[in-house]
Design a protein around this ligand. Structure first.
Ligand code: FES
Ligand code: FES
Length: 163
């Protein structure tokens, strides 16, 4: 069946099988920043934003995403043009093998859209459902708090220069 949805602000039509997951459909369409982990909703490596909300793409049928807006890590940045959140992860050594990072960065993006200045507890709560086998989470939490600070500084500087 053919479905139409918006992926990273681009209207796309994808040919999907009944029962095909959003994870498989996205990876098949070239969005390989979406990672396959447990395929059971317990690791967070497949997280994408669905209409802005972090969602496990391994648990969603692609066909059920007709007309929805999907954001993958490719929309946020790349190694040669990293998003502030990505830079903070790298600077704070929140990336080792990196497998968990795309999902975490997207969840962080959604968190900071809702709450520009989260507490450490709120950051840890947002990361619930994301497993990392490498870092122990401390560095990633630090990275997220740093990204929040940096984005706040950028906003303040933008306001200042528009006066
Ligand atoms: S692959 Fe989807 S939660 Fe693990
Ligand atoms: S950096 Fe390796 S799983 Fe998180």
């Amino acid at each position: 069946m053919r479905i139409a949805l918006t992926i990273n602000s681009e209207l796309r039509e994808l040919e999907v099988a009944p029962g095909e997951t959003l994870l498989d459909a996205l990876r098949g369409a070239g969005y390989t920043g979406v990672k396959r982990g447990c395929e059971a909703g317990t690791c967070g490596s497949c997280v994408v934003l669905l209409d802005g909300t972090p969602s496990f793409s391994c648990l969603l049928f692609a066909a059920a995403c007709e007309g929805r807006k999907v954001t993958t890590i490719e929309a946020l940045g790349a190694p040669n043009r990293p998003h502030v959140i990505m830079s903070a992860f790298a600077e704070e050594a929140g990336v080792q093998c990196g497998y968990c990072v795309p999902g975490m960065v997207l969840t962080t993006h959604a968190l900071l859209e809702q709450n520009a200045s989260p507490s450490e507890e709120e950051v840890r709560g947002a990361l619930d459902g994301h497993l990392c086998r490498c870092t122990g989470y401390v560095k990633q939490v630090r990275a997220i708090l740093k990204a929040a600070e940096r984005l706040a500084e950028e906003r303040a500087a933008g306001k200042e220069s528009s006066r």
